[in-house]
Design a binder for this molecule. Structure first.
Ligand SMILES: [Zn+2]
Length: 309
């Protein structure tokens, strides 16, 4: 009997211990799980905090660099003023250049300028501290966004002639004067594009792929004015692809149709600006796809040249 009582007591003790162990075990289990979860949660929170800090640092850095870029932009290009808008800018139009010591076997007409006169002009522009804005800057000026430096001028040479390449380009390189060459791409566009490193100051732009030929009825009779929109568009795209540029376009012979189709095709092809041969300076509010130019008469004096600026 005593034995039975002892066994019962022992069993009760064992049961209590087992229950206690079980409680302890369950408690420890939950502790371990909670701790792991807590640790994981803490790690996640730490990660999130670090990410937030990093994001803050990145956005602060981005905000600072944007502010710096904006200040630089503002400093370089002041917001347009009434005075700046009234000043206008001249886009000079040249064609070919010849060496008077070795003149070409053709009649020297208004499309020619001698190396002597061109050098005199380039020297004048650099001595006087002229700026030579890009087409992007010209476009911003036309759109009323910025003022260009008071002494600014854009130089353009049409047709990409051998005379210009041989006699004009070395002078642009010598005086480090940026200029645009409007190339008739089907004639020698690939050759111009292939030798880009020889003329670091030259922006090669389109004078059409193959529309610099007769066939039209308005202006000087260029064919562009009678072609369908798609044909013009395709020609322009082909010229852009070969030259690798689409900043500016010069209408062949300066001709545009009376219905705006040429102009619209140029805009549609993605150019920033386009120039005609109409005489005049460019002012804000002008149609960027019908910009006038100032023709440089090669034989004229430096004084006459200065009046064009
Ligand atoms: Zn031309």
């Amino acid at each position: 009997m005593k034995k039975v009582v002892l066994l019962v007591i022992l069993n009760i003790v064992l049961l209590i211990e087992a229950a206690g162990l079980a409680v302890v075990f369950v408690y420890n289990e939950s502790m371990i799980r909670d701790e792991a979860e807590l640790q994981a949660a803490q790690e996640l929170a730490e990660e999130a905090r670090a990410k937030q800090e990093a994001d803050k640092a990145i956005s602060k850095c981005a905000a600072e660099s944007m502010a710096a870029a904006y200040t630089a932009y503002e400093n370089r290009y002041p917001v347009q003023t009434e005075e700046g808008a009234h000043r206008g800018i001249s886009i000079l139009m040249y064609h070919t250049v010849y060496d008077p010591l070795n003149p070409p076997n053709v009649r020297i007409d208004n499309n020619f300028i001698s190396t002597v006169n061109l050098e005199e002009q380039l020297k004048y522009l650099t001595d006087e501290g002229y700026s030579f804005p890009t087409w992007e800057e010209v476009r911003l000026y036309i759109d009323g966004e910025i003022d260009l430096p008071e002494k600014s001028v854009v130089l353009t040479f049409d047709d990409g002639t051998d005379g210009f390449r041989k006699n004009g380009v070395p002078l642009l390189n010598k005086y480090k004067v940026p200029a645009t060459a409007f190339i008739i791409v089907s004639r020698n566009g690939k050759r111009w594009a292939a030798h880009k490193k020889d003329y670091p100051y030259l922006d090669l732009e389109s004078h059409s792929y193959d529309m610099h030929r007769p066939g039209g009825r308005v202006g000087h009779g260029g064919i562009m004015t009678v072609l369908p929109y798609e044909a013009i568009y395709d020609d322009l795209k082909q010229s852009q692809e070969i030259l690798g540029n689409s900043n500016a376009f010069a209408y062949p012979f300066g001709d545009v149709d009376n219905y705006g189709q040429c102009r619209d095709a140029v805009e549609g092809a993605g150019f920033l600006c386009a120039v005609t041969t109409k005489y005049g300076k460019v002012y804000p509010g002008a149609d960027p796809f019908l910009l006038p130019r100032m023709r440089v008469i090669g034989r004229n004096s430096l004084a006459a040249f200065i009046t064009l600026l």
